[in-house]
Write a protein that binds this ligand. Structure first.
Ligand SMILES: O=C(O)[C@H](O)[C@@H](O)[C@@H](O)[C@H](O)CO
Ligand SMILES: [Mg+2]
Length: 382
């Protein structure tokens, strides 16, 4: 079998899908995208296509190593997202050729259902109580929200109180009937992370995510020493080589590799087992589309240490299209009581409505994340 064509589709809300065709008529789908840099990743995918066309899609490991090592420069969000989407599509093809879900090719299920969580509150966390109430009616009991708005390197007591009071309200409204992660989103600098973690500890969040920016990962051990709150990170780490430093130094209790940023299924399976060896839980990051989520689930269902799966239904980014708008087999993605069952169809387990994707790609979005500024006009972490 040979790869014959790679086609990319930038579609609302801010996603990009990749279709890989073969001379045997088997097609695979991937979701290579960096939110806000879709066109850059698209160019990277098409730079890879001159190598990929004519190759045997069954040789995923060799193609992965050639894409990763063959260009001399390696790693980083753009190339690793391009490789991720190609890798996902190649696993989709392999599963379809053998007529089994990818998790069967990876040794079969380690669990019968996977716990998911939902975002509430948006960019500037607001109305989280109402959002949680609404999602509880849909059966969710685990949530994630941003912890702060713009946050200074040395933040005011007022800003700290605003962050803490929001969390206090949640605990007083719902007690221990719900769980929630707090995403610092890299907005908090190391000195203030220590302060916020101390103030939030009494409300026992399930985890605090990106307590500092990934490029400040050397702070993770000391922050972990300062709090009992499990620390989570990973969406801005792009390969097992990025994660190995975090495992070696410690401090992170939950790793959150993104299946569309960290080299795809092949790489995230390796990261998952490295995490297990260090007694670190896995909670794949996925604020993206259905192919990315399907790829996450293939890894979740074969990874003993997978504990939580992010999914983007209702997320504040999904303006113009929702998670399942381009999916034919929507019922397979039904979430009951916060849990999702293994996707039964061959490959990644998602059947894409190609016509809808084609149509949507004709009016491709050019989503950018906002550029935030502090009151003094300096750039603020978003
Ligand atoms: O935890 C999450 O989902 C992420 O922090 C998410 O908010 C960002 O990755 C966003 O998608 C970047 O554009
Ligand atoms: Mg995050």
């Amino acid at each position: 079998m040979k790869i014959t064509r790679l086609t990319t589709y930038r579609i609302p809300p801010r996603w990009m899908l990749l279709k890989i065709e073969t001379d045997a008529g088997v097609t695979g789908w991937g979701e290579p995208v960096i939110e806000g840099r879709a066109k850059t990743v698209e160019a990277a995918v098409h730079e890879l296509s001159s190598f990929l066309i004519g190759q045997d899609p069954a040789r995923i490991n060799d193609l992965w190593q050639a894409m990763y090592r063959g260009g001399f420069y390696r790693g980083g969000p753009i190339l690793m997202s391009a490789i991720a989407g190609v890798d996902q599509a190649l696993w989709d093809i392999k599963g379809k050729v053998h007529n089994v879900p990818v998790y069967q090719l990876l040794g079969g299920l380690v669990r019968d259902r996977m716990k998911t969580y939902s975002w509430v509150g948006g960019d500037r966390p607001a109305d989280v109580i109402a959002g949680i109430r609404r999602l509880r009616e849909a059966g969710f009991d685990t949530f994630k929200m941003n912890g702060t708005e713009e946050f200074g390197m040395i933040a005011s007591a007022k800003d700290v109180d605003a962050a803490v009071e929001r969390i206090a309200e949640i605990r007083s409204a719902f007690g221990n009937q719900i769980e929630f992660g707090i995403d610092f989103h890299g907005r908090v600098a190391a000195p203030m992370a220590k302060v916020l973690l101390r103030e939030l500890e009494q409300y026992r969040p399930l985890f605090v995510e990106e307590p500092v920016l990934a490029e400040q990962c050397e702070y993770y051990p000391q922050l972990a020493q300062s709090t009992s709150i499990p620390l989570a990170a990973g969406e801005r780490m792009y390969s097992r080589f990025d994660f190995k430093r975090v495992f070696q130094q410690g401090g992170i209790a939950i790793v959150q590799p993104d299946l569309s940023h960290a080299g795809g299924i092949s790489e995230c399976i390796r990261i998952a087992s490295m995490a297990e060896a260090h007694d670190v839980a896995l909670a794949p990051h996925c604020p993206l589309g259905p192919v990315a989520l399907a790829a996450c689930l293939q890894v979740d269902f074969v990874s003993h240490n997978a504990v939580l799966q992010e999914q983007s239904m209702g997320i504040h980014y999904n303006k113009g299209a929702e998670l399942l708008d381009y999916v034919v087999n929507r019922d397979d993605f039904t979430i009951v009581g916060g849990y999702i069952a293994p996707l039964p169809k061959p490959g990644l387990g998602v059947v894409i409505d190609e016509q809808r994707v084609e149509e949507a790609s004709r009016n491709a979005p050019d989503w950018r994340n906002p550029l935030w500024r502090h009151q003094d006009g300096s750039v603020a972490e978003w």
